[in-house]
Design a protein around this ligand. Structure first.
Ligand code: DX5
Ligand code: ZN
Length: 218
């Protein structure tokens, strides 16, 4: 299995202190930051876009921004997110009819490409061709739209199905993941772990980050 990566979801941070919050995560051992971009259309909420990502990129030098694009028209934002310093552009398979040219466009802008599936989308929607073209697959373990939701364990078998088909691919889980739910995700084969409230609200984020990592590396 590829190496363990913990990607704290900035959605759970105090946006008034965004850069300081991001630095707090880096200090706690985070290598990636998960940036939840919502457009108020694919999901009901609006969060942040390229201008804010650009501030984080400048304020937290060298940070790998894992951009989770919960947007209806993912083709529209590739250039802006790349210019803002996005390192990985993960779009929802439900939001496009043509994932392969989109993956090419993301790569052409020098970013890694991720493909996300929501709870009601089966793992088979990710065809072999799509998975091989992408750098990361994201299995949502909540309905996209907001942080702090309850982990949906019924999504976990999709992680196992994808791990079986793609032994070397980065597979991310996102939603309701924390110390209590990490083990089933790791056992199923997920190696990229997103956690928002579980890390940001913890008295000691460093401890949570290292605990999540240890669980993947068991
Ligand atoms: C949900 C977002 C998640 C969320 C995770 O739509 O994609 O990244 O912020 O937050 P927690 O870990 O609190 O469920
Ligand atoms: Zn997310």
């Amino acid at each position: 299995m590829p190496r363990a990566i913990i990607s704290p979801s900035v959605l759970a941070s105090d946006f008034g202190q965004l850069t300081a919050e991001c630095k707090r995560m880096v200090k706690g051992g985070a290598e990636w930051l998960h940036m939840d971009v919502m457009d108020g259309h694919f999901v009901p909420n609006i969060t942040m876009g390229a201008p804010i990502l650009s501030c984080v990129h400048k304020g937290v030098p060298g940070i790998f921004m894992d951009c989770h694009m919960m947007v209806s028209n993912p083709e529209q934002w590739v250039n802006d997110i790349a210019d803002a310093g996005g390192a990985l552009y993960c779009f929802h398979l439900e939001a496009t009819d043509d994932p392969l040219p989109l993956i090419d466009a993301i790569h052409a802008k020098g970013m890694k490409a991720g493909v996300a599936i929501s709870p009601d989308t089966p793992s088979t929607a990710i065809t072999d061709t799509i998975a091989h073209a992408a750098d990361m697959l994201l299995v949502m373990t909540v309905y996209p739209g907001r942080g702090g939701q309850k982990f949906l364990e019924r999504c976990v078998p999709k992680v196992a199905e994808l791990r079986l088909r793609f032994p070397d691919k980065d597979i991310e889980v996102d939603g309701g993941v924390g110390p209590k739910t990490i083990d089933v995700c790791a056992d199923a084969g997920s190696n990229v772990i997103v956690a928002g409230t579980a890390i940001f609200n913890a008295p000691n984020p460093e401890e949570v980050i290292s605990g999540l990592k240890a669980s993947v590396n068991r």
